[in-house]
Design a protein around this ligand. Structure first.
Ligand SMILES: Cc1ncc(COP(=O)(O)OP(=O)(O)O)c(N)n1
Ligand SMILES: Cc1ncsc1CCOP(=O)(O)O
Ligand SMILES: [Mg+2]
Length: 361
């Protein structure tokens, strides 16, 4: 059937070319996402969902639609955007391809309706499934990254904030919390935005202390809440299931409650008294030992930890630590970060070797 559109005769082949290009685009994007779910995340459920979507799309890619392909005459093959050639991190790569699949499905939905109403309906459902896949994938990646993070930098306000944080990121830091109690909101928002971008560039998680609203405003990876801050359930309601929520704890009761309330990780401390939190008594090594024995979720020893006393904290059983001054006030933040990370990895390796020996013996 040929239809007149704006004085041009528009044959079926035009619709078929659009369907062909977008079926390819959606399947290619899904394949790229699937490879990460499979090899990067080792996640069978997400891998399976990508595969199912690809296969369902393949059923619509009929011989007739394929036959309409005319790549040499396609003016679009020469057009690339600078942003298409740049993928700084896995996160950006995934985001770009999810976007590509969602756009392609939207095109298939609209043009598919001209061909077969069922195709329009099916592609709409698939687009919603891709949105769900996107939330699950981002949440999974974020939580995996939290599990892997052993060093956590909590910032303190200072004129060179961005430079110091970048130096720590260059040392391999992957988890940052923006903590700033007194700056006014406008400036706090601008700083949080700059830190968010910096963390994106280095593939690091970015959390905000205390303020759920600020976390939402800059699309942070989550928040850190103390005992006097918002209840976890309220923050979860506002942030959704994909974001990270951490809770400060000073004793086993607070730890148990934080876990029951759905915290993703807990702060354990202050291990030592610290001028950064002057009115808070030290919880000491005993609480670190308790956490090592009983805490089923990621936990970070915090409070007064520096390069000199850090090994003691590891010996009490910590394998993740959070610091403010040790990095923020270091002369060489990159080197201090590298030192902490290398020691944490060394400790982890020693524990793994000991566990294999116990297993064998
Ligand atoms: C990782 C981590 N642990 C504990 C805290 C302290 O939180 P809170 O008790 O709410 O005190 P403030 O930081 O808000 O003064 C933290 N920020 N991060
Ligand atoms: C925010 C916070 N919560 C418990 S101790 C602490 C401050 C840790 O700061 P520092 O690493 O400078 O001792
Ligand atoms: Mg707080």
């Amino acid at each position: 059937m040929a239809e007149l559109y704006n004085g041009h005769v528009m044959g079926k082949s035009v619709i078929y070319r659009i369907l062909d290009a977008n079926l390819d685009r959606a399947r290619e994007g899904l394949r790229i996402i699937e490879e990460w779910c499979r090899f990067g995340l080792n996640n069978p459920d997400l891998t399976e969902e990508c595969k199912r979507l690809r296969q369902e799309l393949a059923q619509w890619h009929t011989a007739e639609i394929r036959a309409a392909r005319n790549t040499p005459d396609d003016p679009g093959t020469q057009l690339t955007h600078e942003r298409e050639e740049y993928r700084g991190t896995i996160h950006q790569l995934l985001q770009a391809n999810l976007c590509r699949v969602e756009e392609a499905l939207r095109v298939l939905e609209e043009y598919g309706k001209l061909e077969d109403r069922q195709m329009g309906r099916v592609c709409k459902q698939m687009r919603y499934r891709v949105y769900t896949l996107e939330s699950q994938l981002m949440a999974y990646g974020r939580h995996q990254q939290l599990l892997e993070a052993q060093l956590y930098l909590v910032t303190s306000p200072m004129p060179e904030l961005l430079e110091v944080v970048e130096a720590a990121l260059q040392g391999g830091l992957k988890l940052i919390q923006y903590r700033d109690k007194n700056t006014e909101d406008g400036e706090r928002f601008a700083l949080a935005q700059s830190l968010r971008q910096l963390c994106d560039r280095y593939g690091a998680l970015f959390l905000i202390n205390d303020r759920v609203d600020l976390a939402l405003a800059v699309d942070a990876d989550g928040v850190h809440l103390g005992q006097q801050d918002l209840p976890i359930a309220v923050a979860r309601e506002l942030l959704g299931p994909q974001k990270i929520i951490g809770r400060s704890t000073t004793n086993p009761e607070e730890m148990k409650r934080a876990i029951a309330e759905g915290a993703d990780y807990v702060g354990v401390g202050p291990v030592f008294a610290t001028p950064t939190k002057p009115n808070k008594a030290a919880a000491g090594h005993e609480y670190v030992r308790y956490a090592a024995q009983h805490c089923p979720i990621p936990w970070f020893a915090i409070g007064g930890i520096d390069v000199n006393n850090f090994n003691e904290v590891l010996e009490s059983g910590a394998n993740r630590i959070a610091v403010v001054r040790a990095i923020m006030e270091a002369e060489q933040p990159t080197l201090v970060t590298q030192y902490f990370l290398s020691q944490l990895v060394r400790m982890e390796t020693m524990k793994a070797i000991q566990n294999t020996q116990v297993g064998r013996g």
